[in-house]
Design a protein around this ligand. Sequence first.
Ligand SMILES: Cc1cc2nc3c(=O)[nH]c(=O)nc-3n(C[C@H](O)[C@H](O)[C@H](O)COP(=O)(O)O)c2cc1C
Length: 205
Amino acid sequence: MKKTILAGILIMVLVLPGCSEAEPPASGLVDSNGKKNILIVYLTRTKNTEAVAKMIQQQVGGKLVSLELQNPYPENYQAIVQQVQNENETGYLPPLKTNIDSINTYDVVFVGFPTWGMRLPPPMKTFLNQYDLSGKTVAPFNTNAGYGLGSSLETIEQLCPNSSITEAFSVRGGIERDGILFVMEGDRAVQVKEEVDSWLQRIGF
Ligand SMILES: Cc1cc2nc3c(=O)[nH]c(=O)nc-3n(C[C@H](O)[C@H](O)[C@H](O)COP(=O)(O)O)c2cc1C
């Protein structure tokens, strides 16, 4: 009898803690409202937008995905400016090499991009066109040469009609035209990280 009671207690001690809490999702992350599954998708050329993506990940966790193209853009600045302008004029959507598994499993998608030609870059249009973000929170973030977002947010709104779009984050990055490429280091990185953190707080993380 004594042995049976002892065995019972042992079983309760071993089994109960496992039952008391649901397992968090594999890449489940915590925001102020509970657990969210977060994806951080970004396009970058000179790595400024990537640096911001990593700052966001440091704060909220989530899976980082860099958008890569089947046919990469030219290295030369004038050549890429010309190509992007042609793509914008014709509405061409460059095919992505990147494939995102199980987009349905994410609650929040951070969408990061540089301003190109005062618009949303064509590869980000491809992404938003290809993946259905209905019912998800979409959080846009951006770097630019000092001229802002242009029409990027309007395009995101058009391509994500059934998503809840947060306030966007936008910050000055490089000025490739003037040979200024990566700037997210030293004091500038510290300053941008503070701006990113307070934006994340404002939008509920
Ligand atoms: C093709 C191209 C077009 C650009 N057009 C603009 C623009 O219209 N306005 C602007 O402020 N910056 C423009 N830029 C500068 C980038 O937005 C800026 O350098 C940004 O920080 C780059 O991000 P990345 O380092 O993640 O590639 C352009 C850069 C490229 C390569």
